[in-house]
Design a protein around this ligand. Sequence first.
Ligand SMILES: C[S@@+](CC[C@H](N)C(=O)[O-])C[C@H]1O[C@@H](n2cnc3c(N)ncnc32)[C@H](O)[C@@H]1O
Length: 214
Amino acid sequence: MNQWESRWQEGRIGFHLPEVNSYLLRYSDKLLTQDPESVFVPLCGKTLDLPWLAGRTKKVVGIELVHKAVQDFFKENKLTHSIQQSGKLNLFSSDTIVLFQGDFFDLNKEQTASFDAIYDRGSIVALDQPERERYVNHLMSFLEPGGRILLITLEYDQNQMTGPPFSVPADEIEWLYAPYGVLELLETSDILDERFRKKGLDGMLERVFQFIKH
Ligand SMILES: C[S@@+](CC[C@H](N)C(=O)[O-])C[C@H]1O[C@@H](n2cnc3c(N)ncnc32)[C@H](O)[C@@H]1O
């Protein structure tokens, strides 16, 4: 069983929020400024941001590795859905939300079409450093020129905790995304709380970026 599978089976999902993400509420006008038909949410877990976004666009497409996460999402949100195979992945479809279940790197643009808006919270920070460049390269294949990403990252002293979530410093974000477009830091907040203090951290920053593809 991989580490994400065990986390979901054992309920170790401290990243899951019981409400819609406050940065999404604050910056959705930037993400949705072009009135996109659909939004892509990579590594989506069972976030409540999915139904919130579905109330503002025609379709939300997510991808999540763990079957239990996807199952729980549809059950907890009382959404009737069908399940079919799509390449190596399972595809769970309801009226406005479709979730691919499987490895993001096995998903391609032919299965989803491409997007003008991507919402990435807790995704790039879920991947270790060697995988992050591959992740950004692959993510870019889903984004149209002029398309936007609302990106939420974490930054802390990686020597104090192993992760995930991993620390992805602002200069690494710049290095990863700048070749593809324009990156703007919208906000930085200090979010150190008891949960992370107990893990040995003495600082934890959350950053919000807007990215616009060339
Ligand atoms: C930190 S959580 C964030 C979930 C969600 N974005 C949120 O805000 O609640 C990262 C999620 O990515 C999933 N994941 C990790 N590696 C993945 C991969 N290669 N493909 C698809 N999902 C993956 C994990 O199972 C986990 O649910």
